[in-house]
Design a binder for this molecule. Structure first.
Ligand SMILES: NC(=O)CC[C@H](N)C(=O)O
Length: 392
């Protein structure tokens, strides 16, 4: 028998559809993702902690759930909304349906609502708080709850998803990700190291600071032939330097970067001592450590087809993105420069320190899911590690 579920937004709108996954009630910031595929990677991306995610692609679940496609140890997002749930997936790797997967994980799903109308509301009014429920179906009560739910901005959500302890990361890329690729950068043909060729083991050691890291990132770092140690996002600069790393990686992660003062202090103390590369939240934290400010975007960038201009090569990369905050270009100090621009709205998509070996991007070069145009950034990090070792 079909069960009703409702989504109420802080602006008073209510969407009524059919429940799937688990029963219950959750609140969160309602956002949308425009990727046509990659729902499993989206569900397991810890950066969605505190959010209810709507997919714009009309049918989700078609290729089921494959255990090797997860990006973390669980699901951190609050709730999941689709136009139509596919109940009979077709994929030789699939072991479960999306419905079963969400039930097992205790995550509430809603299907059968007009997701286009919901996305238009979010685009017009901006991301807003909402309540998703299968237990309270009273519109007025739900809207009140949506209006009194806490805002995402100002919260430290990293502390909810960071790992409890450090570990040595051993896993490289999945065999299915192995396809060597070459592309041209300013006339030079570049082979992306990260795409499957086994790199010779090097003596380089990368410390990856985990603020809720997607697993395809350390897989790429491992593929560079380096030793990779993962430290929890609340580590100190002393913890990091005690491991004598050749490079420090700053991961993606959920929520507002500004309240994360412990992380910003750590990065500030590492700047200039070791090459740094940051992705998404890691990019925002590097910017804050350099003296930039961040601000909240109206409804964020979440999808697998965001065009980004590389200012060095003047080439456009199609990128995978998931962020709601961005670096304020007006706040950028003299010693920091913009390297990449999001071509949809001209926001900052990458930066670099002019004198220290430190750079970062707002998007996801590890893809998972999404295009592979930006894999060269892992090689760029590796090169900066090699150059620093040679000159020191
Ligand atoms: N994917 C991420 O790292 C997200 C960064 C940050 N939490 C934001 O929403 O902007």
């Amino acid at each position: 028998m079909q069960k009703t579920a409702k989504l109420a937004l802080a602006d008073g709108s209510v969407f009524t559809g059919t429940a799937f996954g688990a029963d219950g009630e959750v609140h969160g910031e309602v956002v949308f993702n425009t990727s046509m595929t990659g729902y499993q990677e989206i569900l397991t991306d810890p950066s969605y902690c505190g959010q209810i995610v709507t997919m714009t692609y009309p049918q989700i679940g078609n290729y089921g759930i494959s255990p090797e496609d997860v990006e973390s140890g669980g699901i951190a997002l609050q709730g999941f909304i689709v136009r139509e749930l596919c109940e009979i997936p077709s994929n030789y790797r699939s072991t479960q349906t999306l419905d079963e997967y969400l039930k097992d994980a205790g995550v509430i799903g809603l299907q059968g609502i007009d997701t286009r109308a919901l996305v238009r509301k979010i685009r017009t009014s901006g991301a807003m708080t909402g309540v998703l429920s299968t237990v309270d179906l009273d519109d007025e009560s739900l809207v009140k709850k949506a209006q009194s739910s806490p805002q995402l901005a100002g919260q430290d959500l990293v502390s909810k998803v960071l790992p409890a302890s450090s570990c040595e990361w051993e896993e490289g890329l999945h065999p299915l990700a192995h396809s060597s690729s070459t592309h041209s950068l300013s006339g030079k043909t570049v082979t992306s190291m990260a795409e499957g060729e086994d790199q010779p083991e090097s003596s380089y050691h990368i410390v990856a600071i985990d603020y809720g890291m997607k697993w395809n990132i350390p897989r790429h770092l491992k593929q560079l032939g380096c030793r990779v140690t993962v430290l929890p996002g609340n580590c100190t600069a002393e913890d990091v330097l005690a491991l004598n790393p050749d490079g420090v990686f700053l991961s993606n992660g959920p929520g507002d970067p500004e309240p994360l003062t412990y992380a910003i202090d750590t990065i500030r103390a590492l700047l200039g001592k070791v090459p740094i590369f940051g992705i998404c939240l890691g990019h925002q934290l590097l910017g804050l450590a350099c003296g930039c400010k961040t601000f909240k975007l109206k409804f964020g960038h979440r999808g697998a087809n965001q065009p980004v201009l590389n200012e060095d090569t003047k080439q456009v990369e199609i990128t995978s993105q998931n962020h709601g905050f961005a670096i304020d270009p007006e706040s950028m100090p003299e010693d920091v420069e913009i390297t990449h621009i999001n071509m949809n709205d001209n926001t900052v998509a990458g930066l670099r320190h002019k004198t220290h070996a430190a750079f970062s991007v707002q998007y996801h070069p590890e893809a998972s899911a999404g295009p592979h145009d930006s894999h060269y950034l892992f090689k760029q990090f590796f090169d900066s590690i090699c150059e620093t070792r040679v000159s020191s």
